[in-house]
Design a protein. Structure first.
Lengths: 262, 263
């Protein structure tokens, strides 16, 4: 199964609005995500990165093109199939999307309560174990409003990991966090991915730090996929557009092959 | 110029058709959800507390004062014909057929309907509903169905409560303050209220409950699809206002229709 693409985007286009005000967010994008790898989708704000994730999950439908998850076309799935497909996914939302009327414990326990028929004691044990792994022990009775941004992300991650997903989607996991907190979150990815072995797609513009985690980097611009390659290849690329992007987002230092700083 | 206008008319028509279709499907799915297991008993109890139990005080005061006003007004009118003995039947019939269901529905719309709409709207804009979808938890079953069931259970009971309190309010004013014969008040009521009146009141309260919960949860749930709603907190406030207005007007329109149809 390895090296088989688990997610494929084939010539996907998506616009919002109608008539002359229509905004084309994706324009014929192709993308193959290989099982067990980490793919980073980068690009400036408003370039359709989050939309790509929503398309993969079937929360939005593409105007043209196909999306396949594990070889099955998302657009042709019924409600039941869609739900079944989503059980393979864990999602960390941009704003964490925690249920703000539930405590941290209840948030993390929710997928277990609703989807796995477990006893209350077992749920409690599993939630507490995850909280400990993510250094969140002692915060289980707090409400999301009482947590800092970084803690919310950790709770979101804990909740997403409860059902042991095969694929994790991260929507701008470090936006709004200071560099130290961002590093913490990255280390958490690294640790949990090693432990759970999920395929991950990270949408981020936290370049260059995010390059350390990536096996492959996709750069979206103006609805097109500029490049989809390994981080090293992107840094060393001779293409003027990509060079400009690298210079713009990382500064001169990273150009001309000085990757040892990374 | 003409083309633009036709385009606008077309776009508007499509928007309203889609909106109507969405709301129709929403109602179907919610009603289907009410009858399909697993039933979420705890969630239902929680919603009944929010929608029903917490409305008791409001309904008590509205019912009491409505009954008292009916007592005063009815007495004033009936003395002109020298038939103040009919006060009991006047108060009871107005309450059971008309004012009980309508005022209860309007109070529940204001108290619980707005809260349901805002709650779902906030969950929509903060991606909490998307999060449920992504966790493969049916947001309908988790969020909407308990509210439907709780409203359908609570509103008729609140209506009955409203009627009883109102009738005693009328009794208090009519008999204790204005000196109507207590026997005449009670027996007049017993003779004039027939099963058909009570059935009409019950049918109305179920229909109104359905309208309230359908409009209020539906608007909140589809907040992101509503045109010109704006964004963020503003969209929640606008859509909540819209839901309360639509639901109140629909209650009054259906009140007329049901009275005319079932009279």
């Amino acid at each position: 199964m390895r090296h088989e693409p688990v997610i494929r985007l084939i010539e996907v286009s998506k616009s919002f609005g109608a008539g002359e005000r229509a905004q084309r967010v994706l324009d014929g994008v192709n993308l193959d995500i290989v099982e067990g790898t980490t793919t980073v989708i980068a690009g400036a704000s408003g370039q359709g990165k989050s939309v790509t994730l929503k398309l993969i999950l079937g929360l939005l439908a593409p105007d043209r093109g196909n999306i396949e998850v594990s070889g099955r076309e998302v657009g042709r799935m019924g409600a039941g199939e869609l739900r079944e497909m989503r059980t393979e996914f864990g999602v960390l939302f941009q704003g964490s999307a925690l249920f703000d009327s539930l405590t941290v414990f209840e948030n993390i326990a929710l997928p277990l309560k609703e989807r796995a028929r477990l006893k209350a004691g077992e749920i409690r044990e599993r939630v507490m174990r995850t909280l400990e792994q993510l250094d969140m022990a002692g915060h289980e009775d707090k409400y999301p409003a009482q947590l800092s941004g970084g803690m919310k992300k950790r709770v979101g991650l804990a909740r997403a990991l409860q059902m042991q997903p095969r694929i994790m989607l991260f929507d701008e996991p470090t936006t709004g966090l200071d560099p130290a907190r961002s590093m913490e979150i990255y280390q958490l990815f690294y640790r949990t991915q090693k432990e759970f072995g999920y395929t991950s797609i990270i949408v981020s513009h936290d370049i260059p730090r995010i390059f350390d985690l990536a096996d492959r980097v996709a750069i979206l611009h103006d609805g097109k996929m500029w490049t989809f390659d390994s981080p090293e290849a992107i840094l060393l690329s001779g293409e003027p557009l990509i060079q400009d992007f690298v210079t713009l987002t990382m500064g001169e230092v990273y150009r001309s092959g000085q990757v040892e700083t990374l | 110029m003409i083309r633009e206008r036709i385009e606008t008319i077309g776009a508007d028509t499509l928007y309203y058709l889609r909106d109507l279709g969405r709301m129709g499907l929403f109602l179907l799915l919610a009603v289907k959800g009410v009858f399909t297991p697993p039933f979420r008993f705890r969630a239902l109890l929680k919603e009944i507390r929010l929608i029903g139990v917490n409305s008791v005080a409001v309904i008590f005061f509205t019912g009491a004062f409505t009954g008292m006003v009916l007592g005063v007004q009815g007495y004033y009118t009936l003395t002109k014909f020298g038939s103040e003995g009919g006060l009991g039947s006047a108060v009871a019939l107005s309450l059971i057929r008309e004012l009980g269901p309508v005022l209860t529905a309007l109070m529940v719309t204001g108290r619980a309907g707005s809260a349901m709409c805002a709650e779902l709207g906030i969950m929509r804009i903060s991606e909490q509903i998307d999060a449920l979808d992504c966790m493969a938890i049916d947001p309908f079953r988790y969020l909407v169905v308990p509210k439907f069931l709780a409203t359908l259970i609570s509103v008729p009971i609140l209506t009955l409560f409203f009627n009883v309190v109102g009738i005693y309010g009328g009794y208090l004013v009519g008999v204790k303050l204005l000196g109507v014969n207590p026997g005449a008040y009670i027996s007049g009521m017993q003779h004039s209220v027939v099963n058909q009146d009570i059935n009409l009141g019950i049918v109305k309260s179920f229909v109104f409950a359905l309208i309230i919960v359908w409009v209020c949860t539906g608007r909140g749930y589809f907040l992101h699809r509503i045109r010109n709603a704006g964004f963020g907190a503003e969209s929640v406030s606008r859509v909540t206002t819209q839901a309360v207005v639509i639901s109140s007007i629909s209650v009054l329109v259906w009140d007329y229709l049901l009275t005319a149809m079932l009279l």
